[in-house]
Design a protein around this ligand. Structure first.
Ligand code: ARG
Ligand code: ZN
Length: 874
């Protein structure tokens, strides 16, 4: 049952008003819906078919008259009421059982509190409704419940009435003045407390801000609130977007399938992205909270005021909103470090998706289960596509374009094409070829070569582009690519650049535009041979091929004015060194430390520069997952051993300066400025290297850091290093940590993940033991990700044990979870979809497990789609 983009047809009925009543109860909740409908005048009259799943239908009436069973058709997924009058009212009454809802989609319970998740198609598990984003209605919602168990009753919009009912229940009525698709509906009911604040918009609206959490978490909301206010001010400043209701609420719940959800005026969050205190959350956690709070807030315009016509357009809101949150974080922290993190994610995991059996365009053409398309391609590559538009149009042009987009489409459900068209209209640019980024899957490869002619004083850059085939798309067309570059002279200074025919030279970075399969650019007045610094700031999501020498990479690593490329040159150099070590390892040759890389790292440490976070980032070797993504016939063991050898050898040679740097960056007290965070980061990267030495003095130092840490960043850094070594101190520290934090679920997630990602040989057995530990719970997605997800995607050498035991374990867990939570089960399966990339032994074992999964009866369509496509049978 495949849904195709080309089959889109407009809705036969619109909902003008949705009046909902919830009698909340466990085990049974009753939902009354009164929908005011209008037939779509543009279409010939057709039947009204409402979506609905697992609903106990009690009553259905049209214009006040109850229908007899022969007057409608009820199936597993639909309620068909036949052709209805042009204007009419449909009332339904259903019973649902939120306490039995383990899928965490629709209405469910988390820690005994009611909450909802409706995107993409969860609303149909709440009531009968045209569950599609192009049906936008005004909602009013009345919640009633036992006041003792559910004192707080929240929904979208503004509260307009509250009181007590004769039977002792209490109620609150909420009205949302903005028409919205049902995927943005939300309700929350339970025993919660709130942190309150206010924000005054540029236009003078006073907005009440509330963050609702379980009472035990009351003290952990300060950072989320601060982030929200920063995000609101930033969106006004940078995009001219103001908030539009009198109240903005955020609720944190422990059981949540994804990160968070932008429901109108009532965001529901995974508690991981709200709760923080220095003792329980790391610097990374703080940054994650700031980013996700901003992301969901930004959706109020890019998603809610202007929404998607259909789910194929998901990147319209997600790609754009991720771009917006990336820009926000860059402004709040360090632009270069943020870019490096995002590019690492893209090149490690999105490239892998784009080169595998599940590759799909940013705007997919077909799906079986839409939940499987909340992907790195739709989100992260989608954000890169918007970033390229920003680069091509410039900040002012882009802003004119987004202003036009918001103005023109406010209150509507639109397409990716509408977005691009608004930018075209506002700037007069032709983006027809650029649109191919939305329709073509696969990662383009740029082949670049440079030639300097000293006599003619020209430098010629030849650039080719080619996108490899992906499933269903054998042939690709050239894309419109912004290609930012500089030419670095021997003294480390950017040469002024002038193309043939141009009057003036421009100093520094310039952006060339590629639109054809091949281009030659001739720069004039280039007297000395430069080193090209290509794709600066990572100006397009492509693989860049240029044949640098080691010396050129070391030169760029030391001198490039582009911070991103300085880092990238170091990564390329390290990757190259590790690749050579891998070959030596496989052929049984002795491993030797590369002198060039050692010198480059020594220089970094001796001359640390201002931004400590950037330095810390530069000192980090490419991850095993990244290295795997760069290889054919992946051998995880060779990657692990080559990389570990290098870490150890570097630590050995650099020991004194690493120790010195470690001590120099220890601060007497904990602070949260960017500077302090950078110092902590660098210190902990040094500690990580030193711990590779397996030296007792260093281990003692690490234990001391763990014991004395007054913040989670330092405690975790020490514990993570200890978790990798087989010493008694490891067991003690892990036990101590468990004893201290056993009652804090988010901290226990860290404890689980640390053990799951240890490269020690017994890790799989330990992970199996931990699945029976009270800290683990298969029904909680955070636990599943922390233990099983972290093992399968964060521990390549143990997951890919040549025996196949890791694969067997993962497939078993997927099959166990599938009947409970198909969405999370399908996601858990993704590491196995990469089977074709591995060396023959592992390839066969991985495919074997996928086949076993696929042959299992009663599979959810979520897991079925992933497994069948992975095997090339979808
Ligand atoms: N729109 C949410 C966000 O990106 C994600 C919700 C996705 N949920 C899902 N079940 N697929 O912020
Ligand atoms: Zn989003």
């Amino acid at each position: 049952r495949t849904i195709r983009r080309e089959d889109y047809t407009p809705p036969p009925y619109f909902v003008e008003h949705a009046d909902l009543g919830f009698e909340l109860g466990d085990p049974v909740t009753r939902v009354e819906a009164r929908l005011t409908l209008r037939r779509n005048p543009a279409l010939p009259p057709g039947p009204l078919v409402l979506d609905g799943q697992e609903l106990g239908l009690k009553r259905v009436a049209v214009d006040g008259r109850e229908l007899a069973p022969h007057e409608y058709t009820l199936t597993e997924d639909h309620l068909d009421l036949g052709i209805l009058p042009e204007r009419c009212t449909v009332e339904t009454s259903v019973e649902i059982r939120p306490g039995e809802n383990t899928s965490l989609e629709g209405l469910y319970l988390s820690s005994g509190n009611f909450c909802t998740q409706c995107e993409a198609e969860g609303f149909r598990k709440i009531t009968f409704y045209p569950d599609r984003p192009d049906v936008m209605a005004r909602f009013s919602t009345t919640l009633s419940a036992d006041p003792a168990r559910y004192p707080v009753l929240l929904s979208n919009g503004n509260p307009v009435a509250r009181g007590e009912l004769p039977d002792g229940r209490h109620f609150v009525t909420w009205e949302d003045p903005f028409p919205k698709p049902c995927y943005l509906f939300a309700l929350v009911a339970g025993n919660l407390v709130s942190l309150e604040d206010t924000f005054t918009t540029a236009g003078g609206r006073e907005v009440k801000l509330e963050i609702w959490v379980e009472p035990r978490n009351a003290e952990k909301c300060g950072h989320a609130m601060h982030s929200l206010k920063q995000a609101m001010a930033w969106d006004e400043r940078v995009f001219g977007r103001e908030y539009d209701l009198d109240i903005y609420m955020i609720v944190a719940v422990d059981d949540f399938n994804m990160g968070a959800m932008e429901n109108k005026g009532l965001n529901v969050f995974n508690s991981k992205y709200v709760l923080a205190q220095p003792e329980t959350a790391t610097d990374e956690d703080y940054e994650g909270i700031e980013a996700v709070i901003a992301h969901e807030y930004f959706h109020n315009w890019s998603g809610n005021r202007v929404t998607c016509r259909d789910w194929f357009q998901l990147s319209l809101k997600e790609g754009f909103t991720v771009f917006r949150d990336q820009q926000f974080t860059a402004d709040m922290t360090s632009r270069a470090v943020k870019r490096i993190k995002d590019v690492n994610l893209l090149r490690t995991f999105q490239f892998r998706e784009d080169g595998g059996p599940l590759a799909h365009p940013v705007r997919p053409d077909a799906y079986q289960e839409i939940n499987n398309f909340y992907t790195l391609t739709v989100y992260e590559k989608g954000a890169e596509v918007v970033r390229m538009l920003h680069t091509l149009l410039g900040p002012e042009g882009f802003r004119r374009g987004t202003d036009r987009y918001f103005e023109r489409f406010d209150g509507q459900a639109v397409t990716c094409d509408d977005f691009v068209q608004a930018l075209e209209e506002a700037t007069g640019r032709d983006l027809s070829r650029f649109r191919r980024w939305y329709s073509q899957a696969g990662t383009p490869v740029l082949g670049v070569s440079g030639h300097h002619d000293p006599r003619a004083r020209t430098y010629t850059l030849t650039v080719t582009q080619h996108t490899p085939p992906t499933p269903g798309q054998p042939d690709k067309l050239p894309l419109h690519i912004p290609f930012a570059l500089g030419l670095v002279g021997p003294d480390g200074v950017d040469l002024p650049l002038r193309l043939a025919g141009e009057a003036e030279a421009v100093a520094g970075t310039r952006v060339l535009e590629l639109t054809e399969a091949e281009h030659a650019f001739v720069f004039e007045a280039i007297g000395t041979t430069p080193v090209p610094s290509l794709l600066r700031g990572y100006s397009a999501p492509v693989r860049l091929r240029y044949d640098y020498s080691d010396a050129e990479l070391a030169f760029l690593m030391a001198h490039d004015t582009d911070e991103f490329n300085r880092w990238d040159a170091g990564q390329r150099l390290a990757e190259r060194v590790i690749t050579r070590l891998m070959a030596d390892y496989r052929d049984g040759r002795p491993l030797r430390l590369d002198e060039g890389l050692l010198a480059a790292y020594r220089k970094l440490l001796e001359d640390p520069g201002a931004d400590r976070r950037l330095l810390a980032q530069a000192l980090m070797l490419p991850s095993e997952a990244y290295l795997a993504e760069q290889s054919d016939a992946i051998d995880p063991e060779a990657i692990h051993n080559a990389r570990e050898f290098l870490r150890h050898a570097l630590a050995q040679e650099l020991r004194p300066i690493l120790l010195e740097s470690y001590h120099a960056h220890r601060d007497p007290d904990y602070r949260v400025s960017p500077e302090a965070i950078g110092r902590r980061r660098l210190k902990n990267v040094c500690l990580g290297y030193l711990m590779a030495l397996h030296d007792e003095t260093i281990q003692a130092l690490c234990m001391t850091q763990y014991r004395e840490a007054d913040n989670m960043t330092d405690a975790m850094a020490a514990l993570a290093a200890l978790a990798q070594v087989d010493i008694p101190g490891r067991i003690e520290a892990l036990a101590h940590f468990h004893g201290r934090w056993r009652d804090d679920p988010l901290v226990m997630d860290k404890w689980l993940a640390l053990q799951a990602t240890s490269s020690l040989p017994g890790t799989l057995e330990e992970v199996k033991r931990l699945t029976r530990h009270p800290a683990f719970n298969l029904r909680n997605p955070n636990k599943v990700r922390a233990l099983i997800g972290a093992f399968a995607s964060g521990n390549p050498v143990r997951f890919h044990d040549p025996s196949g035991a890791g694969y067997l374990f993962l497939a078993d867990r997927v099959l166990e979870l599938d009947p409970l939570n198909p969405q999370v089960a399908a996601r858990l399966l993704t590491p196995l979809t990469q089977w074709r990339r591995y060396e023959p032994g592992r390839r066969a074992l991985m495919a074997g497990e996928l086949k076993r999964v696929l042959a299992t009866p009663q599979l959810s369509k979520d897991v079925y789609e992933i497994a069948s496509k992975a095997l090339g049978e979808g």
